[in-house]
Design a protein around this ligand. Structure first.
Ligand code: UDP
Ligand code: MG
Length: 317
């Protein structure tokens, strides 16, 4: 047998989509007859019959491994669990809903086989079928994160990418608790090439991301990879010190010229509230970083596997 391909699929309430994506992936893998494969299905605390579906598939097909979390830990944790347990030479992760076309798999393998790249990533060039606000928000997010960090995440980049064993080992060396995979995949470096595809709508079920969940996730991405917000607060502090210095000068000069009129109450209150607001804002930014540090320091496992059909399972980290 030649090389082995690991396919990781994080699943959260995907009972309908799972059999569709399974069928599509197996079709592709049967075409790649020179390669062995394993399909790692990660059940991220689904409340529907996703786990039962996984067990069925595992009974049908020896290539299927499933890992079932004790609760919903989030897609990042599911990806991490998959990467930690994957044993292949080429490792790829894809969504369960067919938005990451399995038909690209043979092409990805072929591109890695040339030896010119360590990673074949994918990006959507269209966002048809997605809400206006959501695609606008997403584009803004990529702009902001490119400006504020020194990692360059392409617009429309998916988590759907195939990496070599070496690159995955590097990704796993970053054991941080607050994970933002798109940033981590860029941070580790290596030679990357892009496949582009048109957006596909979900095959079944519905999206697991609400607007707020996405917004918080993007803030996470920025805070995990950028110190700019922290710098902003020190710049603001410096700026405000300068402004208040000028204000003090102005008040002294005015007193010397005009004596001591009793008015000036309004301007005083304005300054106090403004400065107070800036201070709270800066403390809030520091609080964000502090809370990230707190969760890192606690060093909790990324996920807890309650059930699996494999023996040598990396339960966490
Ligand atoms: N997912 C997960 N845990 C979660 C949310 C999502 O494992 O808490 C999985 C989900 O099952 C799917 C993938 O992440 O395979 C992408 O989710 P979805 O399609 O809902 O996101 P969208 O495509 O709308 O951004
Ligand atoms: Mg989707």
């Amino acid at each position: 047998m030649g090389k082995k391909i690991s396919i990781i699929i994080p699943c959260y309430n995907e009972e309908e989509a799972l059999s569709i994506v399974y069928g599509a992936v197996v079709t592709e893998m049967n075409q790649l007859a020179d390669y062995d494969y394993e399909l790692l299905l990660v059940n991220d605390g689904s409340s529907d019959n996703t786990l039962e579906k996984m067990k069925e598939l595992a009974n049908q097909n020896v290539h299927v491994k499933y890992y079932s979390f004790s609760r919903n830990f989030g897609k990042e944790a599911a990806i991490y669990a998959g990467l930690s347990n994957a044993t292949g030479d080429y490792i790829v992760m894809m969504d369960a809903d067919m938005q990451d076309p399995p038909a690209l798999l043979p092409k990805m393998v072929a591109m890695l086989e040339t030896g010119e790249y360590d990673c074949v990533a994918t990006r959507r060039v269209t966002r048809t079928g997605e809400g206006v606000i959501r695609s606008f928000g997403a584009r803004m997010f990529y702009k902001v994160i490119r400006k504020m960090t020194n990692i360059n995440i392409a617009d429309g980049a998916r988590d759907y990418q195939m990496m070599t064993r070496q690159m995955v080992d590097s990704v796993l060396a970053l054991t941080e608790y607050n994970r933002f995979s798109k940033g981590i995949f860029e941070w580790v470096g290596y030679r990357k090439t892009w496949l582009e595809f048109e957006n596909v709508e979900r095959a079944a079920g519905e999206t697991k991301w609400s607007f707020w969940k996405l917004l918080l996730y993007s803030l996470e991405g920025i805070i995990n990879f950028s110190n700019v917000p922290l710098n902003v607060s020190s710049y603001l502090g410096m700026g405000m010190t300068g402004v208040s210095f000028l204000a003090i000068l102005f008040i002294i000069v005015r007193k010397l010229i005009f004596g001591d009129p009793v008015d000036g109450w309004a301007s005083t209150v304005c300054i106090i509230t403004f400065v107070g607001g800036i201070q709270l804002f800066c403390m809030g930014i520091m609080g964000q970083y502090l809370s990230k540090m707190y969760s890192e320091v606690k060093n909790r496992p990324h996920y807890i596997i309650q059930e699996t059909n494999t023996v040598e399972t990396k339960l966490n980290n």
